[in-house]
Write a protein that binds this ligand. Sequence first.
Ligand code: HEM
Length: 287
Amino acid sequence: MVDQVVSTMEQNGVVEVKKILHFGSLNNVMMSVFGRLYDFGENGGEGCELEELVSEGYELLGIFNWSDHFPVVSWFDLQGVRKRCQEEVQLRRFTMPISLMFCLIWSRKISLVMEMIFRGTDTVAILLEWILARMVLHPDIQAKAQSEIDRVIGGRPVTDSDLDSLPYVQAIVKETLRMHPPGPLLSWARLATEDTVVGPHVVPAGTTAIVNMWAITHDERVWSEPNRFNPDRFLTEDVAIMGSDLRLAPFGAGRRVCPGKALGITTVSSVVGSDVAEVQMGRSGIS
Ligand code: HEM
């Protein structure tokens, strides 16, 4: 990814980082699941088809749909969300790249694998994009991460096994997850199957409750100076992010917690470690 960003910069003077991160993240999932990389060349092809499907799926995942909250209007599908979902399913069935289709049929765990592709691509790409933006905005923090990597790793490439020795890089990832949880609601929703009491509230059976992680991570009763990007807060206090501490649960919590959380966090931390080690990002570009 770093090479692609640098070469596109050299060729065009500008680079749409988001696109490169999205393709890179999709290929990372495809490589983990199928052991195969896809081509996202300018002339389209299997990779681009797949990428379009994933992007549409992610948008539908996060869209606010009035029909979910007012059953009366659900008949009319005013925003066309149901129609788009149906079209997406048809597209996934019929235009999914043929080789991928074979792999899915062969693996016999179609829905599980589809979920991994659709849930594991944008989340990782969006988090990486926010981290890069934060590095550009905070050169002092970037320099601190760079000096940690130089001290611990030296000149060799960063690997997964180095991550435990890079607490500041990990703190940057955590602080970005706090300030910019990828998709603030991210369908971390629960349906009450029976009447339930939560604190002072009675939640009737059939209610869908949606956790607003963004509001929790920006609440000054929970975090000091919540609007300040400050990775150091995680060096002084070890906050678990895998779902056991509800002050910061970007991967959800409980039995439906994100199954890709370890893969997601390791991928993101490794990419950040490599990026920060290899290039300097600033408002005027990268060097
Ligand atoms: C930074 C990266 C990621 C974030 C922030 C994230 C976040 C989430 C969240 C909040 C949920 C909902 C959990 C709940 O309902 O309690 C979820 C579900 C899920 N995630 Fe992730 N995720 C990430 C990466 C990944 C990766 C890399 C994969 C797989 C390769 C993945 C696969 C899934 C799947 C399959 C579900 C659905 C689980 C279910 O419905 O039971 N995620 N993710």
